[in-house]
Ligand binder design. Structure first.
Ligand SMILES: Nc1nc2c(ncn2[C@@H]2O[C@H](COP(=O)(O)OP(=O)(O)O)[C@@H](O)[C@H]2O)c(=O)[nH]1
Ligand SMILES: [Mg+2]
Length: 193
């Protein structure tokens, strides 16, 4: 799989023309979005990781095998901001979500944290557009015997909310756990029409 950086958009009007199918990554800042994207395409720093969340947020586009596009959406929930989602975040993400080339989403969540009302509201909104693959990140921080419990708890929470994702994965981008299963699901989304 050959991945390359295409461009970044800071403003809605900078979003590129709609061409290839797109899969977008969404989640709180620091959840491990960029690390997961890099792990999927097997590149160390294609998407920049560990960046200090800034006031300026952007949407980053990456081309994979000239077949489809991976889209790193700006993180939300910065503690530095007075509200969970800034007006700029909402404007940019809302504009992005209008695109008809979106085939699906990776929604990332730190495995040790619960979905809160912001996450649930966002998942509901995304599901109206396209299927979602839920990625529970940083599972290397769990003990072996805790993993199933955290997975069950996340699945039960989604079920209680009436939300049906395409799949839920336990992933460690650091240890490369769960990456190939997520990749299989990604390819299935890209090929769906
Ligand atoms: N232990 C562990 N740390 C991770 C993992 N993935 C990302 N991180 C760390 O979490 C921080 C945020 O990662 P990043 O990918 O930049 O998150 P983003 O803000 O969602 O794009 C960085 O310090 C990463 O090294 C993981 O699978 N395990
Ligand atoms: Mg990032």
């Amino acid at each position: 799989m050959e991945a390359s950086y295409i461009m970044s958009a800071y403003l809605p009007q900078q979003l590129p023309p709609e061409e290839k199918p797109e899969i977008a990554f969404i989640g709180r800042s620091n959840v491990g979005k960029s690390s997961f994207l890099n792990a999927l395409v097997n590149r160390k720093q294609l998407a920049f990781t560990g960046q200090k969340p800034g006031v300026t947020q952007m949407v980053n586009f990456f081309s994979v095998d000239s077949d489809f596009t991976l889209v790193d959406l700006p993180g939300y929930g910065y503690r530095q901001l007075p509200v969970a989602m800034s007006a700029q975040w909402q404007e940019l993400v809302t504009a992005y979500l209008q695109r008809s080339v979106i085939k699906g989403f990776f929604f990332l969540r730190d495995v040790r944290r619960e979905f809160d009302t912001t996450d649930i509201g966002l998942i509901k909104m995304l599901l109206e557009k396209a299927p979602i693959i839920i990625i529970l990140t940083k599972i290397d921080k769990l003990k072996q015997n805790e993993k199933q419990r955290f997975l069950n708890s996340a699945q039960q929470h989604l079920e209680r909310e009436g939300l049906v994702p395409k799949s839920v994965h336990l992933v460690s981008s650091l240890k490369k756990t769960g990456i190939s299963e997520a990749l299989d699901n990604l390819k299935a989304l890209v090929q769906s029409s």
